[in-house]
Design a protein around this ligand. Structure first.
Ligand SMILES: [Zn+2]
Ligand SMILES: [Zn+2]
Length: 282
């Protein structure tokens, strides 16, 4: 194992304070990163939706509307800035925002960036054609069926990811192949011709713009046997000279830093130097 590698996370720190499907107060999360010996972390709370239909189910159930979520996001930014100052001797904190990708999201992201001035963006896709696919296996199957099968689902996902990348050039690209989430056949599918060229197109854009690929460890927590990205994509990223950096995508104190050391081993085996590129400030 590369014992020189610093512990970092380029995507994570979701907290129960500011996200309906996470746990814990943000300050506890920051303290847990410090205890775990992290050098720097990006705290990347989900952006608030403008429309009811894009509110996460658990937040809808809690009766939250777009206005409430907007205000909560404003408190997130304030609290994260306060913690950034308070702990600056112990940990470098980046105050980030994780995007959504759906109809109207690019304009919304631009407005939010103007209003809240986060340090950087994690560009993520959790919807295909405005339908959320990562909430449950049933939801995932429904979206695949609506798109006409898994191959088309992947193609559409990578096309919409590409549009998002071109429009926003996010400093970090979140869980690049999360579209494989509930697909047992994903390894084979990632090698299909119509999917491979789309992956290559997106990686070429990432390389040309010096964006960071989130080596996202949440898949391991959910039971997968490899992080996002899958090995076939990781090898392509390496050959393209793309910076790949661990992201624990933590949603509570107990997932802080989980599998980060394993990630370092995996990246080292694939030839990466494990000196981590930091997000470029907006
Ligand atoms: Zn989340
Ligand atoms: Zn995400």
């Amino acid at each position: 194992m590369n014992t020189q590698a610093q512990r970092v996370s380029v995507h994570g720190g979701h907290s129960g304070q500011f996200c309906g499907h996470a746990q814990g107060a943000l300050e506890e999360i920051v303290q847990a990163y410090i205890t775990a010996g992290f050098s720097w972390v990006g705290i990347t709370e989900h952006m608030p939706p403008r429309e009811e239909r894009f509110i996460y189910p658990e937040e809808k159930e809690a009766g939250m509307g777009p206005e409430h979520l907007h205000l909560r996001f404003a408190s997130y930014i304030d609290e994260c800035r306060r913690l950034q100052k308070k702990y600056h001797n112990d940990l470098r904190i980046f105050v980030g925002m994780e995007t959504e990708t759906y109809r109207g999201s690019v304009a919304l992201v631009r407005d939010l960036v103007k209003e809240f001035q986060p340090d950087y963006l994690v560009g993520s896709v959790h919807h295909v054609d405005d339908m959320p696919f990562d909430t449950s296996p049933e939801e995932y199957a429904r979206v695949a069926e609506a798109l006409g099968g898994h191959d088309r689902l992947y193609c559409r996902y990578f096309d919409q990811q590409y549009e998002m990348l071109v429009s926003l050039k996010p400093s970090v690209v979140g869980h690049f192949d999360i579209i494989r989430l509930y697909d047992p056949q994903y390894r084979k599918r990632l090698l299909k011709k119509e999917i491979v060229w789309r992956i290559k197109r997106n990686l070429d854009f990432i390389a040309a713009n010096n964006l960071i690929l989130d080596f996202n460890l949440r898949s391991l927590i959910k039971g997968a046997d490899e992080p996002y990205v899958s090995l076939s994509i990781l090898e392509k990223a390496f050959r393209s000279g793309i910076a790949v950096v661990p992201g624990d995508d933590s949603h509570g104190v107990d997932t802080i830093g989980r599998y980060v050391d394993e990630a370092v081993v995996l990246l080292g085996k694939s030839g990466f130097s494990c000196t981590w590129q930091q997000p470029t400030l907006l």
